[in-house]
Design a protein around this ligand. Structure first.
Ligand code: ADP
Length: 272
């Protein structure tokens, strides 16, 4: 088995994140002998398809303030159509057009990402706590790193959609930032890059002059206070990756040309 160091890149789904620039940059980086893994989101596409099919998205907020998608069986099907279907295949297509042998898959395939399904989740609605039982979301507890090494060593660029397999074999929706963190941990990657539609983590969001350039793992609790909404998941993912043995996590701008190279040059929030 080859223990060449790898870079995991998570592609954000927010408007402005330039998939084509990310793919072009990846094609160049691969020429320098690096191993790359892509993990992507796709909530925006799932929302659009859900609206079109008459199942608009429903977000829930946990008692600790994290928001996530309420995923009943129908919503899960829509999510898979949009994310594993459209987003994953078109990303793979873009890479193939650049001569990169990308291989699209999700956590169901070869049990790539195994998760514990959340059988009962708590949500807060209008100040009241509710228990939801028909939710198909989960938390990844194991990544099949042998399968990833097999693909990487054979020269493929895995493109991973954020759907995992539960212990019982059911498909579950997982958070893409945290999925990327688990994949990077399983591979002991040198770097996890979270590309999004902001220059990095800001101390006083949305004031871009308050960008935090460097953070140590011990300052993460403070960083969590600055992060709002979905940014909290990125900070949480960063913490999980560092605890899992990843050397550095960079939250960086995915709207620029050469966004991966730019992040690797230290532009963004570098957490070590
Ligand atoms: P993605 O689709 O890339 O996963 P999200 O849009 O879900 O990203 O989350 C990133 C967003 O979080 C940013 O675009 C920004 O609007 C928001 N955000 C909240 N707090 C902060 C902060 N402190 N610094 C930077 N962005 C923040």
């Amino acid at each position: 088995m080859n223990f060449q160091s790898s870079i995991v890149v998570k592609l954000g789904g927010a408007q402005g994140v330039d998939f084509s620039a990310i793919c072009k940059d990846a094609a160049d980086i691969l020429k320098h002998g690096k191993q790359l893994i892509f993990v992507h989101g796709g909530s925006a596409e799932a929302n659009i398809l859900g609206e079109a099919l008459g199942t608009p998205p429903k977000m829930i907020t946990s008692p600790s303030g994290f928001t996530s998608r309420y995923t009943d069986r129908k919503t899960l099907q829509v999510f898979i159509m949009a994310v594993n279907g459209k987003v994953n295949s078109l990303l793979t297509e873009q890479l193939q057009m650049l001569g990169v042998n990308a291989l699209g898959l999700c956590g169901l395939d070869g049990r790539l990402m195994q998760a514990t399904r959340k059988e009962a989740i708590q949500s807060v609605e209008n100040g009241k706590r509710k228990i939801i039982r028909d939710d198909y979301t989960g938390k990844i507890n194991r990544v099949n790193n042998q399968l990833l090494h097999l693909l990487l060593d054979a020269g493929y660029l895995p493109v991973i959609a954020p759907v995992a397999v539960s212990t019982q074999g059911e498909a579950v929706n997982v958070d893409a930032d945290r999925a990327a963190a688990m994949v990077a941990s399983a591979l002991k990657s040198e770097t996890l890059i979270l590309l999004t539609a902001v220059p990095g983590l800001m101390k006083n969001f949305p004031d871009e002059t308050s960008l935090i350039r460097q953070l140590s793992c011990t300052q993460i609790t403070k960083a969590m206070e600055a992060a709002q909404g979905r940014m909290k998941k990125k900070v949480l993912g960063a913490e999980e990756a560092l605890n899992g043995g990843v050397k550095q996590v960079i939250i960086a701008d995915g709207r620029l040309q050469n966004p991966i190279t730019n992040a690797l040059a230290g532009n963004g929030t570098v957490i070590q």
